[in-house]
Design a protein around this ligand. Sequence first.
Ligand code: UDP
Ligand code: MG
Length: 329
Amino acid sequence: MENKTLYLVIPCYNEESVLRETAKQLNKKMKAMILKNYISQNSKIMFVNDGSKDSTWNIIEDLNISDPIFIGLKLSRNEGHQNALLAGLMGSKKYADMVISLDADLQDDINVIENFVEEYYAGNDIVYGVRSKREKDTFFKRFTAESFYKFMKALGVDIVFNHADYRLMSKRALEALEQFKEVNLFLRGIVPLIGFKSSIVVYERNERFAGESKYPLKKMLCFAFDGITSFSVKPIRIITAIGGIIFIISTLFFIYSLIMKFLGRTVVGWTSIVCSIWMIGGIQLLCLGIIGEYIGKIYSEVKARPKYIIEKRLSENIISNNEKPKSTV
Ligand code: UDP
Ligand code: MG
């Protein structure tokens, strides 16, 4: 079997304290795989510098000089993890047959890289790295992260439980990904939309061995909120539903207060105030929801996501126009 070219894509933001060690370990891993002829000699390790403020880029340049297996991509400013990752994926898809994305801090166990490649050779276009357990996370991180996955599922977003951005994608999966033109990019949600044959590799996530997390609570919340709002119009539906319910309640209340009024059991002015509060509140929410529905439609239109992705073409077998069929007498 002909071996294929593997690219590792690693977004880096202020990672000077971990980068050299990461590079050393990844290099060892890749060289071993190349030696076994498991992957091609053209395989590379690509670092994407996401506008770091420290010496990260200098380190990447040094690495590149010391060994051509290291290549680098420098973004003009800090664009965030997801965009840096995408830049790396798109930048490598021309040269690579498969790309694995991972973090610079080696929290993702690099010993399973071979398992990813194995799954690729077994015919999978996308291989998700799934964390077996989260023992090493703080309770808070574990709780928030797992709630997030559950919440996304509940909102009908198809994401892989406990999968972050440690994944392998084949060339054609990357080409399909390129067709997603949206600006608010949430890779974990989009990749499953690509389809194709996929599988998972289970691994244990380690602690960051140096430096600190670039995802403080604020960024994490923004990330979660982005993820939810760029995939689901359910929040709008919920508003519509609440509006509808309140409207029904208000109608019943209206009847009730009219009865009370005619039975003379009310204070003057009570009926009209109570009815208007409920009625108008309900109608307003309902209207907001309906307007929201239209905004939801606009929202999915402006995203202009591809409507389908072709997995296979059989046209190779069809005789093309300039090729005359042999006459069969
Ligand atoms: N990262 C990035 N740009 C950012 C923030 C983070 O490229 O604005 C990179 C970072 O260098 C690392 C990866 O994204 O390689 C994941 O970040 P981190 O390890 O800090 O997140 P955590 O593992 O704590 O969720
Ligand atoms: Mg990390």
